[in-house]
Design a protein around this ligand. Structure first.
Ligand SMILES: CC(C)(COP(=O)(O)OP(=O)(O)OC[C@H]1O[C@@H](n2cnc3c(N)ncnc32)[C@H](O)[C@@H]1OP(=O)(O)O)[C@@H](O)C(=O)NCCC(=O)NCCS
Length: 153
């Protein structure tokens, strides 16, 4: 029983000391990962940056901005070896809880049209497409559009 409790994933405030592990996941799962500077700026700016750990193991993390009654999910990531185990769903549930707690009434995010896994996850959570940002993302040799998804909270 105590081993189960000890290993149950926990949400925690992300700190500078987490960034080496965060960047290891980030660079393994994205073709164009955020840099250490992107995360450090988010921490300094007071964005809601959280880690998701089982014991010492970093499973995932997110970066959320809440302002003027709107949440913007800027980063949601699960370690490659830990995907398809429900952690992305748990983290997205935490994002929604946190955004609601800060009085956000709407949650927005961007996703690549080619990111079938993320699109499936967001669809399950009731997100729908409201816009396309042309050429928003870098891809090797060019740019890719972003789909803007939203749901009410
Ligand atoms: C997208 C991401 C956060 C999902 O995290 P996860 O822990 O794998 O998600 P879950 O295990 O909670 O999956 C929930 C559901 O989402 C859908 N899903 C998730 N990944 C999928 C994939 N690769 N292909 C198809 N469906 C997928 C499925 O419906 C899944 O349910 P199921 O496993 O019962 O079929 C994770 O794959 C990730 O970090 N990807 C790389 C970074 C990224 O793309 N982030 C989002 C940027 S917008």
């Amino acid at each position: 029983m105590s081993a189960v409790l000890k290993d149950a994933p926990q949400l925690a405030v992300m700190r500078d000391a987490d960034l080496t592990e965060v960047l290891a996941i980030e660079s393994a799962i994205y073709s164009h990962p955020w840099t250490r500077g992107n995360f450090a700026d988010s921490l300094r700016a007071g964005y809601l940056c959280r880690t998701w750990r089982s014991g010492a193991e970093l499973l995932g993390y997110f970066v959320l901005l809440v302002a003027a009654g709107e949440g913007h999910l800027l980063n949601l990531s699960v370690a490659a070896a830990r995907q398809r185990q429900g952690h992305g769903s748990s983290l997205l549930g935490e994002v929604i809880r946190l955004a609601r707690g800060r009085d956000a009434r709407q949650l927005f995010l961007e996703v690549r049209p080619t990111n079938a896994g993320a699109k499936a996850l967001y669809g399950r959570f009731g997100f729908s497409q409201v816009a396309v940002r042309p050429g928003y993302y870098p891809v090797h040799g060019g740019r890719e559009d972003a789909l803007v998804l939203t749901r009410t909270l």
